[in-house]
Design a protein around this ligand. Sequence first.
Ligand code: DX5
Ligand code: ZN
Length: 215
Amino acid sequence: MVKISPSILSADLLKIEEEVISLDKSGADYIHIDIMDGHYVPNITFGPNIVKSIKSITTKTLDVHLMIEPVEPYIKEFIDAGSDIISFHPEADNNASQIIDIINNASIKSGIAIHPDKNVLDFEHLFKKIQQVIVMTVVPGFGGQRFMENQIQKIKELKDIRKENNYNFEISVDGGINNETGKLCIENGVDVLAVGSYLLSQDDQNYNKIINALK
Ligand code: DX5
Ligand code: ZN
């Protein structure tokens, strides 16, 4: 069954503890934390401290999505903060392969995220040693954007590459996921849906209903 990774980017930051506790009690599988630096993307969000704080109040898998450039100088801090999966955009650093090694050596999961402007094959050399590939279905930077349907073929491409080579990464989609676009991604074989505004911009903090419906 598909896994759900709610993005706390769309959470009410004045109630972040309550929101995380609600997600912790829900059928969510991961908690997606969007880290933006105002450089790789034109928006600024959180640093490693938020990962550490969230880690202290949930047992869910922390799915950390780094939208920062460069990546390497900060990787250790995100590992030490308690990330369970760290994904980054490989073009944002000259040392993508070494960064993956650092993450893997810390016994947590490594992943890459594919910007809509990039091709799956640009990163073929990295697939053998990662555990997650995030297909971005919006231009990274903001929650609440419209799903880019033309990115769906990347899910199929990744599935084929995974099968041919016996790789074992999970395929995640991130951006513009709702009940309709989520269904489309599931039909195309995605493993994880990262969901922001569709789930967390609700007044009702009982997220279970929407999560179950997505599943
Ligand atoms: C976009 C972020 C996404 C975002 C998803 O740059 O990486 O994770 O929070 O939000 P929605 O689901 O609202 O597009
Ligand atoms: Zn994200």
